[in-house]
Design a protein. Structure first.
Length: 314
């Protein structure tokens, strides 16, 4: 049996699915502690506390319970924190889009199964991306799509889920302008105007858009997508199709590359989204840190087949 500590986004504290999942896992013999957040900074504090107390309390798995932002914050805190925690991490998807969980094959519609996966799956070493010192688990996106993500009303997201992003994109379509910048990677260089870019450790963002469908979280590489400025003769229909289904709607225009690092530079600010954290920047460097943390994902499509290792006894 496994001892889990859940770092729960306070917005989901009253979610009956979470209570049912915790009760079920306890009935199955697992030890489950829950620490809900209340205010800004609690995720970092509670994660650090769980890592620090793991040996004394026997905590084997720290579970990030919330949306993509909460998952990124828990794992980012672990990545940048002091060493000494020998356990692993799990995810409980409770957000609006749940892009990372869906990429990883964790079903947001079955919270009990997700928690059981965190308790029973073998831990696997996974990569972490780092943008100018800021860690991320899933994706860095930039351009028009990131602006839409930042501007989508939280109440609309709560009501409509991932559809809220597409509706906001439709409303802002007339404001769409291309960014111009230069990208570099291992044996790669591209410069010009573009509508959107993504650098993926995971595969999708924006409520289900598969920006980096070939990315793996344990291959030591990051996947780059650049969607160049779209020729006027393609029309707005293609643009809206791209918002709805991703860049496969205009297959053949996109630029793709894999590398252990990427650099970007431009003369004007670019809207960037770092797993839910909006940024404005003109330059950045992104690097992949292989095998940085141990994550319990079960049979996940994000894994290329690296052998799992036995859990560390608490």
């Amino acid at each position: 049996m496994t001892h889990l500590r859940i770092i729960l986004n306070g917005k989901s504290a009253a979610d009956v699915r979470v209570r049912r999942a915790v009760a079920t896992l306890r009935a199955e013999g697992h030890q489950v502690g829950v620490r809900p957040t209340w205010e800004s900074g609690d995720v970092q504090r509670l994660t650090s506390e769980a890592m620090r107390d793991a040996a004394a309390d026997g905590i084997e798995v720290i579970v990030a319970a919330g949306g993509d932002g909460t998952i990124n914050e828990v794992l980012g805190t672990a990545f940048t924190g002091e060493g000494g925690y020998g356990g692993s991490f799990g995810i409980l998807p409770l957000g609006t889009a749940n892009d990372f969980a869906r990429s990883a094959g964790v079903d947001p519609n079955d919270i009990t199964a997700a928690l059981r996966r965190a308790a029973t799956s073998m831990p696997v070493p996974v990569d972490i991306g780092v943008l100018d010192g800021r860690p991320f688990v899933n994706l860095v996106t930039g351009g028009f799509g990131s602006r839409i993500t930042a501007e989508t009303d939280p109440q609309l997201k709560k009501s409509l889920g991932g559809l809220a992003y597409a509706l906001t994109g439709l409303a802002r379509l007339g404001d769409m302008t291309a960014s111009t910048g230069r990208f570099r990677g291992e044996g790669f260089e591209w410069e010009g105007p573009f509508i959107a870019m993504a650098i993926g450790n995971g595969r999708q963002a924006g409520g289900g858009i598969p920006l980096c469908p070939g990315a793996s979280i344990d291959d030591g590489l990051l996947d780059l997508l650049i969607l160049p400025a779209i020729p006027p003769d393609l029309g707005s229909q293609h643009l809206m199709e791209a918002l709805r289904t991703g860049p496969r709607a205009i297959r053949g225009l996109e630029v793709r590359c894999k590398s252990t690092w990427f650099e970007y530079e431009a003369q004007e600010d670019l809207h960037v989204n770092l797993d839910g954290e909006p940024l404005l920047t003109r330059t950045f460097r992104v690097e992949c840190v292989p095998g940085a943390l141990s994550l319990r994902l079960g049979d996940s499509p994000l894994l290329k087949g690296r052998q799992p290792h036995p859990p560390v006894a608490g």
